[in-house]
Write a protein that binds this ligand. Structure first.
Ligand code: GTP
Ligand code: MG
Length: 197
């Protein structure tokens, strides 16, 4: 079922000022430029709801979007991109950390990884940290239309194998493309039942 209504709600530089945790919430997190904002636009069918850019470091605040008046999607700054300066990286890391510790309504974190690159230490460490905090997460592979079926399958297999070196089982994984809208129904179909639990 597609999203009926998607609206920008509020932007914050202070996690304490985010909206009251009165609705189910889902956050999109990952390295700068991985495609977080693009995925939000793809899921909502609103091409310019979240601001995107070819240059990393576009999203600088915690952005809440309200969907069908029932739940929040949250777009966050990226972490760990070398081209983003050190001070900026640290600021974003603190913002993400503050956000993660202050949202009791956060039902699932979508950790985005670029399907075209090998598993990155920073993403694996981020997932380990979520696990240690007991925060539920899934993995979203982005930009998959850039890969052949064969290469995509190999990338997924490699990611699974890497995770299984530290995890007993792998989290749910989604294969997406903001260009072809691949994965939209899968992700919306995953979110909807969580909303009503
Ligand atoms: P920051 O806000 O800087 O952390 O980046 P972000 O993760 O929000 O990435 P954003 O959505 O701004 O996209 C970064 C670049 O990747 C843009 O040039 C997008 O057009 C491109 N992009 C995003 N998703 C896809 C995709 O599925 N396929 C392709 N080919 N390009 C994509
Ligand atoms: Mg962004």
């Amino acid at each position: 079922m597609p999203v009926k209504q998607a609206e920008f709600f509020v932007s914050n530089s202070d996690p304490a000022k985010c909206p009251p945790p009165d609705r189910p919430e889902y956050a999109f997190i990952g390295r700068s430029n991985v495609g977080k904002s693009s995925l939000i636009n793809m899921l909502t069918g609103r091409s310019s709801l979240a601001k995107t850019s070819g240059k990393p470091g576009k999203t600088q605040l915690i952005n809440h979007f309200i969907i069908d008046n029932e739940w929040y999607l949250v777009d966050l700054p990226g972490y760990g991109y070398a081209q983003v300066g050190k001070a900026e990286r640290e600021k974003f890391a603190a913002l993400i950390d503050g956000y993660l510790t202050s949202r009791p309504n956060l039902l699932c974190i979508f950790v985005l990884v670029d399907s075209r690159i090998d598993p990155q230490r920073i993403d694996l460490d981020f997932m380990t940290n979520l696990g240690e905090r007991g925060l539920p997460f899934v993995i979203v592979f982005t930009k998959t239309e850039k890969l052949s079926q064969l290469k995509l399958q190999a990338a997924l297999d490699q990611y699974r194998a890497t995770l299984l070196q530290t995890w007993e089982e792998t989290p749910t994984m989604f294969v997406t493309s903001a260009v072809t809208a691949a994965g939209r129904e899968d992700i919306l179909g995953f979110i909807r039942p969580l909303n009503v639990d």
